[in-house]
Design a protein around this ligand. Structure first.
Ligand SMILES: O=C(O)CCC(=O)c1ccccc1C(=O)O
Ligand SMILES: [Mg+2]
Length: 323
């Protein structure tokens, strides 16, 4: 079905370009667009490797944020995890110490070119920094085979002295199910939901214990809340590395969900060198407070992209709108 999506006039959008503190998922610079709609500021930031069709839900989410009010909140603060990139142990410790009091850490593992031993040292360092009562989850971004996943999850569970869950160990839903049957650690699905034709397949296949949901790839708050209702799995709301404008929408989603048993992956403005707002939405004592007003970005001049990058995004926005 062809759903027309309205886009703002070119002159009204801000294109930003912000370096990452460490390489994350192959990304060293985060780019995206911000504009103000009748309901408030919004963010559109599909990853650079996404084509126009894959970016269409991201635009629906951005248009919704610009035009619709947020749903009613049922909580006033969201527990969040800190996110540890595939970095050296001493820097991983630093991420935990400077996380704003997060009691849960998500650690990236299975980075191409790195070894299981490096993953184990990183996870052990995070445990040391977090203390025995914190929760540790790992995210392999689909980089393991079934056999590798079983071996790695078993070793990481030991190194972490207990894992909360392992996120997207393998690419296919069948492989997730196979790994889930063979390890004593919960399995979370991320790419299998946000990049899937059928987001419910993981649940039907009994391939995951936890569903990671991301606002932009799933097409906005209303669309994500429908999936949340029907998927029948505990949910973790996670970011797509937005600036505080986009994180605000994900916080609104997390605030509106009836059940939220795990910390959410929304403390990611820390991974960026700068932000759209001088007061970032970031954890204090492990929680991000749910704002009562929509965030107004006050740091736009500092993050504005060069003309070439701006032009590339305007072209991209036109292509995605034409979907
Ligand atoms: O969940 C988190 O802690 C932060 C968000 C995150 O990891 C992420 C951010 C951008 C793209 C992919 C991912 C991911 O979960 O794989
Ligand atoms: Mg993930």
């Amino acid at each position: 079905m062809r759903v027309p999506i309205t886009r703002p006039p070119d002159d009204d959008v801000v294109v930003y370009s912000i370096p990452m503190r460490s390489k994350f998922r192959g990304i060293t610079v985060r780019e995206g667009m911000l504009w103000r709609g009748p309901a408030g500021w919004t963010e559109f930031s599909p990853f650079l490797d996404y084509d126009a069709a894959q970016s269409a839900p991201w635009l629906r989410a951005a248009v919704e944020q610009a035009t619709e009010p947020y749903p009613a909140a049922v909580r006033d603060a969201i527990a969040v995890n800190c996110t540890v990139p595939a970095i050296q142990p001493d820097r991983a410790r630093e991420v935990v110490f400077s996380s704003g009091g997060c009691r849960t850490a998500k650690v990236k593992v299975a980075e191409p070119g790195q070894s299981l031993a490096e993953d184990c040292s990183r996870v052990a360092a995070v445990r040391e920094a977090l203390g025995s009562r914190g929760a540790i989850r790992v995210d392999a971004n689909a980089n393991w085979s079934v056999e590798e996943a079983v071996e790695a999850i078993t070793a990481l569970d030991k190194a972490a002295r207990g894992l909360e869950y392992a996120e997207q160990p393998c690419a296919s839903v069948d492989d997730l199910a196979r790994v889930r049957r063979r390890v004593g650690v919960r399995i979370a699905a991320d790419e299998s939901i946000r990049r899937a034709e059928d987001p419910y397949l993981v649940a039907r296949a009994e391939a995951a214990d936890v569903a990671v949901i991301k606002l932009q790839p799933l097409g906005g708050i209303a669309a994500t809340m429908r999936i949340a209702e029907q998927i029948g799995l505990p949910l973790v709301v996670s970011s797509a590395l937005e600036t505080s404008v986009g994180i605000g929408a994900s916080i609104a989603l997390a605030a509106a969900l009836p059940d939220l048993p795990f910390a959410c992956g929304l403390n990611t403005t820390k991974l960026l060198v700068d932000d759209s707002a001088t007061e970032s939405l970031a954890a204090v004592a492990g929680y991000i407070g749910v704002p009562t007003k929509r965030l107004v970005p006050d740091n736009l001049d500092a993050i504005r992209a060069p003309a070439q990058v701006r032009q590339r995004w305007l072209t991209r926005l036109a292509e995605v709108s034409a979907q």
